[in-house]
Write a protein that binds this ligand. Structure first.
Ligand code: AVJ
Length: 328
């Protein structure tokens, strides 16, 4: 495991409290529109619930992306070429990574993840599936430029960012990430990125508010995590899961809506909410061909190919790192 500067990625106080989590929650609950970053969904319970979400009949993105990677594997592989090192942003526990690796047989696979234990486990599983493939996990926060292992220094890179995770970010953050990816991957890099598409509102709402209530449990698990890790006493029965389509921003938002006036404490600080007020917990931006192209261009990436599934629900874009130029 490489962790270049011996960086402590998760800072904890003497009680084992994740300081970044506490800071985000306390600041988020103090804001006029309460909001907590979506990255905090993914504790053990949240990660398991997300895996359950990917198997729901209403949640199309995972299946659609898998369809693209399976049905278009040859085309994708031809454009990517051989000999690249695949750098995955967020280490794939999913079935998507093997699909890509099998299609292109890269020279090395470098999964980047902030969660070290998870990274080690999924890397070991992958190495077993692909004997002979150097698997070089790096524990890192990929929102910044990451120092890659020396073994891949001379190899051209392919960044892999599936799942439409980019959709969790507002444009400014997404652009920063795309630029960091260019810096991490270096000259001549390519990027294969999943971007979910704008579609009928009812399909989107169902995907984020499923009949079995798994997404509701995923959303509410954040409150359980706060209660457990940050010494909170939030009454879970005072909150309901809600998915909303925000049309001007072309995104699904998840909220936890207070069903009654409620007050609670977190880490010794008190908060009050009135009935109907919400905590905004996630944005999931949806793209069009044009908006995806614009976002990638802003981050310094030029699309070279784009695929959708048969039902045109989801897209994967292959882009290459573009030298800065301003003239038309
Ligand atoms: C993992 C960010 C791609 O936005 O669709 C699924 C997370 N949230 N259901 C998404 C999620 C609610 C998911 N991403």
């Amino acid at each position: 495991m490489t962790n270049p500067k011996g960086l402590k990625l998760v800072e904890r106080d003497s009680d084992g409290v994740d300081l970044a989590f506490r800071a985000d929650v306390l600041a988020g609950l103090a804001a006029p529109q309460k909001a907590i970053p979506a990255r905090w969904f993914y504790d053990d319970a949240g990660s398991t619930l997300f895996e359950d979400i990917t198997r729901l009949p209403e949640y199309y993105p995972t299946r659609a992306e898998r369809e693209i990677l399976t049905d278009r594997a040859t085309e994708i592989a031809d454009l990517i070429g051989s000999g690249r090192a695949v750098v995955e942003f967020g280490s794939g526990s999913s079935v998507k990574t093997p699909l890509l690796l099998r299609a292109i047989w890269p020279s090395a696979y470098v999964p980047l993840d902030i969660a070290g234990d998870f990274l080690r486990a999924s890397s070991a599983a992958l190495a077993e599936k692909f004997p002979g493939l150097p698997v070089l996990p790096v524990e890192a926060d990929f929102m910044r430029r990451v120092e890659l292992p020396p073994e891949v220094a001379q190899l051209p890179k392919l960044g892999f960012f599936p799942g439409s995770t980019i959709g969790n970010m507002i444009a400014r953050t997404a652009t920063d990430l795309l630029r960091s990816m260019r810096a991490t991957l270096g000259e001549g890099a390519m990027l294969l990125i999943g971007m979910d598409l704008v579609k009928d509102e009812s399909v989107l709402l169902a995907a984020y508010d499923d009949a079995q209530g798994v997404t509701a449990r995923f959303n509410l698990n954040l409150l359980e995590r706060i209660n457990r890790e940050l010494d909170g006493d939030i009454p879970l029965d005072a909150f309901a899961h809600e998915a909303r389509w925000n049309d001007p921003f072309a995104r699904i938002e998840m909220h936890l809506v207070a069903c009654r006036d409620v007050s609670f404490a977190v880490s010794g600080q008190r908060f009050a909410m009135t009935a109907g007020e919400s905590i905004h917990t996630e944005n999931s931006h949806k793209f069009t061909k044009r908006s995806s192209q614009l976002l990638l261009a802003a981050g310094g990436w030029e699309p070279v190919a784009r695929w959708t599934d048969e039902a045109r629900q989801f897209s994967m874009v292959l882009a290459e790192s573009r030298a800065p130029r301003s003239a038309p």
